[in-house]
Write a protein that binds this ligand. Sequence first.
Ligand code: GLV
Length: 328
Amino acid sequence: MPRPTIAVARAIFPEVIERLHAHFEVRANPQDQLLNPQELVAFLQGCDGLLCTGSERIDAAVLAACPQLRICANMAVGYNNFDLDAMTAARVLGTNTPDVLTETTADFGFALLMATARRVTESEHYLRAGKWTRWSYDMFAGQEVHGSTLGIIGMGRIGQGIARRGALGFGMKVIYHNRSRLDADTEAQCQARYVGKEELLERADHVVLVVPYSAASHHTIGAAELARMKPTAVLVNIARGGIVDDAALAQALRDGKIAAAGLDVFEGEPQVHPALLELPNVVLTPHIASATVTTRKAMANLAADNLIRFLTDGAALTALNPQVLDAA
Ligand code: GLV
């Protein structure tokens, strides 16, 4: 039996490529070039599996042009780059990388909240620019974090991690909004109280977004929602670009509707809305919430494990459309 062929869409850790070589013919992308849909289709010809990242869109057109493909293993927990219905119809398995990144991503959500509320990057730029000549009583005075009210929209594993950090580490009152309310035990562990979205926006001193992207969650935060928030509030988005209307956010920041924003994800990234780049009260990071060496290795290895399990014995560790496994 010939060994299956798999494609690795972007550069990843060499040791993970080595692991894959033990099982498959591996087609890597050594230049780490971003592949447009036509290039992706050409790259995937003759491949049984793909290890991809959120940058590669897998839709009906790609699937139709790659009939040999049987699995796409995303090196990300979010999978809005997958048209999962089209994949299921084409009997292509999708997998993602949950759990291994939960705590690291929650750490980063908190880091972005702290950096934004306490004006860390803005004050650093000031210092580096040689503008610091004397201390003054209100220099870079920001917003209180400990003891304040933390509002979390999207209370999955990462949201719960942020809630625990806020409640247990910083004595925050945690309120959350989610598609469905958590069970009482989980609420107690997170010390979090369920509220409606409007109440959350009005009461929270800081709002952290951790909701998965879908058509239904597009622009969860737009002009109307920003207008409900406190003028002293900080907004943090570690979810996905498109959860926030970035143009409306830039306008709200300019108008003083909220105090500041910490953003790791953007509409149309890696482009960033030019108005956000001009504002001092925004902390901007390039989609790095899960980026520690340990976690990124764990994500790459989990994606590789899904490919190995599926293409060698028809199973998978973190299947998104397990009906494909049942039908196999
Ligand atoms: C990163 O954004 C992920 O979904 O893992």
